[in-house]
Design a protein around this ligand. Sequence first.
Ligand code: PMP
Length: 441
Amino acid sequence: MSHVIHRSLREVPPVADSAKGIFIRDSEDNAYIDASGGAAVSSLGHGHPDVLAAMHRQIDRCAYAHTSFFTTEVAEQLADKLVAQAPPGISAVYFVSGGSEAMETALKLARQYFYENGEEQRSVFIARRQSYHGNTLGALAVGGNEWRRKAFAPLLMDVPRVAPCYEYRGRGEDQTVDEYTQDLLDELESAIVRAGPEKVIGFVAEPVVGATGGAIPPTPGYFRGVHALCDRYGILFIADEVMCGMGRTGTMFAIEQDEVAPDIIAIAKGLGAGYQPIGAVLAQGAIVDRLRQGSGAFLHGHTYVGHPVACAAALAVQQVIERDKLLAQVAKRGLSLRRMLGEAFGKHHHVGDIRGRGLLMALELVHDRPTKSPFPASRKLHAKVKEQAMARGLMVYPMGGTIDGQRGDHVLLAPPFIATTGDLAEIVGRLSESIDAALRQ
Ligand code: PMP
């Protein structure tokens, strides 16, 4: 019997024993292609020698120094690198240990900004129904995953919610993309006005939706409209790039492709690429300047802020991405993956949508393609796809549940940036067999 509280309390998963490149091997010597990068984490694959060497060097030099006493060279270098790559105006970085902590930190930084600004009445975050921002109480409160929220609802702050930008299901047949986008922006504006603009701290959204629905990119102009509304009403735009950031979509930040510079950006997953637990919050210089002039400190902190080994791993990951020109490769391989998915599933009766950006791609599985009707929850199709894929040595990230009133089954792919076109073809082939086997079950 295992004493670990696993994700499922009813079964113990296989034991991961070793990992190299795009493969993880279990203790019974089965090899799995990591086609989801875990949960969109392992962007360089496993066992990358340059990242391991950087970690070893840092462990030997200084494995830990608490930030109330010291900074470290690696933390400073990593912050410099992130700022140099970030959208215009971003000039400050706060390191944490993961995505939920990053979102929690982002919310508190936004609140403290207005507190220092003499606007203590601001306490409301507006978010979207289709979203996942983490499992700690603040992050869970702004998130829109009902299944994850349900048991904890009485503990969560009230968050007004607007519709996600989910063209496949949201856009009416008689609507153009621009009309649909404008409707969404009108809804956001109404939510801001209803909450009272002087009470709102910010709007929170994932530029490309990840864990709730899978790889859903915004419509063109959506985030430009969001940003314009936030500016008009003097509220902050907080972009959650925990999943879609750090090169996953072919640019360092997904929001770059929407030509918007958020006030605050949360990152994690691909930052340390799984070699160490690390996340970060990036902020516009003006936000941190206000704290500097006020309390003189960010009223926040964790024991492992700026952990040197985590920073060394993340710095090495970013250096490899730059040296090996992996952003361009992600953009290119993303197009290949999209083409292969189109060939395999473009006419499949049970695949309603193929979508994504770069190497963050997803399929939406439906009962009936023309009407987009979903499979019933009782069929547990997404779980069966995962089971069938694991049996074929393939890791994909399946999701199922009710999103914005619609039930759905989705399969997310987030292969390592180092995957070759041959690897991608193998992934699509195994996925195709897995989906068909799950449908037959
Ligand atoms: N935000 C987004 C967009 C995420 O995808 C996730 C993780 N799936 C989180 C926040 C939370 O990150 P973590 O699991 O590292 O706490």
